[in-house]
Design a protein around this ligand. Structure first.
Ligand code: GLU
Length: 295
């Protein structure tokens, strides 16, 4: 049974990987905080920005199945959520309006290679800044700090926090920091860790009782719980710090500096707050902008 679950997970994962990397349709043209598009922007020394200028469009890596953060409406094809709004804000300040954005869905496990290969200009999708990833990419930000949490079915009583997972099947995503933490802290047995390419696949597994819990950032889990509050709930306290960064080419210090300036201005002038309040903040957790880490 365990083997079957694993095999099914790998198969679905492989399918998800082949599905990823397709260009998204042009994005929504009605951002939450409609930004005036900056004119005559210069980012001296940025190869990525030169490439964007030449193309006349910006390619942004996102998630498309994380409600409240990065979500693509299947009917309208429009993207919404906090990450998407941050991505649009940066694009506008770099001189690219919402009609000049191409979204590319990139799952957690493919982020470093996709950025390093230049297949996206930058990436905004619940991407935790850490030293391991900094060997391959660089980060602007953080623009938010989440914490690892647990999602269970609403009738669950045995799982109440991270120390109650032994003997339970726990689902998370390949290449994510939460699955690494489940392993390194031994929160459940290796045979009980179920791995997919996306969190929505894990949530489907939870609803169909193939797994007992889904673990990742609380911000992501709250989005799923909000969609089906009668069936899903979060339990326990957050047990990590996940500072979200905008991923970009490792050598493009000029673009990183520029994006940090854009973020800092949005923290100061209230734009970040407006974006947060109208997206993630709607799930009832107030937040204010984090301190930037320039490095
Ligand atoms: N923030 C965590 C990470 O970057 C989990 C969410 C995700 O997989 O995007 O690994």
């Amino acid at each position: 049974m365990k083997l079957r679950t694993l095999a099914a997970g790998l198969l679905v994962g492989a399918l998800a990987l082949t599905a990823c990397g397709k260009e998204g349709s042009p994005g929504s043209t009605d951002p939450v905080a409609a930004q005036p598009v900056a004119a005559d922007v210069q980012v001296p020394g940025s190869a990525t920005f030169d490439r964007m200028k030449q193309r006349g469009r910006v390619v942004i890596g996102v998630k498309d199945d994380q409600p409240g953060l990065g979500f693509k409406d299947a009917t309208t094809g429009q993207y919404s959520g906090f990450d998407v709004e941050i991505a649009r804000l940066v694009a506008a300040q770099l001189g690219f309006g919402a009609d000049k954005i191409d979204y590319k869905t990139v799952p957690s496990a493919a982020r470093e290679t996709t950025i390093a290969r230049g297949e996206v200009d930058y990436y905004v999708g619940t991407y935790t800044i850490n030293d391991n990833r900094k060997q391959q990419v660089s980060f602007a930000g953080p623009y938010f700090v989440a914490g690892q949490g647990l999602l269970v079915r609403s009738d669950e009583t045995a799982i109440t926090g991270k120390d109650t997972l032994k003997g339970k099947k726990v689902c998370s995503v390949t290449g994510s920091t939460p699955i690494q933490r489940v392993r390194s802290e031994g929160l459940t047995e290796p045979g009980n860790i179920v791995e997919f390419q996306t969190y929505s696949q894990c949530v489907d597994q939870l609803l169909s009782k193939q797994v007992d819990a889904v673990t990742t950032d609380d911000a992501i889990l709250k989005g799923y719980a909000a969609q089906q509050p009668d069936k899903l709930k979060l339990v326990g306290q957050p047990f990590s710090q996940e500072p979200y960064g905008i991923g970009l080419n490792k050598d493009d210090a000029a673009l990183r500096g520029k994006i940090n300036d854009i973020l800092q201005a949005s923290y100061t002038d209230g734009t970040w707050q407006k974006i947060y309040d109208e997206t993630l903040g709607k799930s009832g957790s107030p937040a204010s902008p984090p301190a930037l880490q320039r490095y």
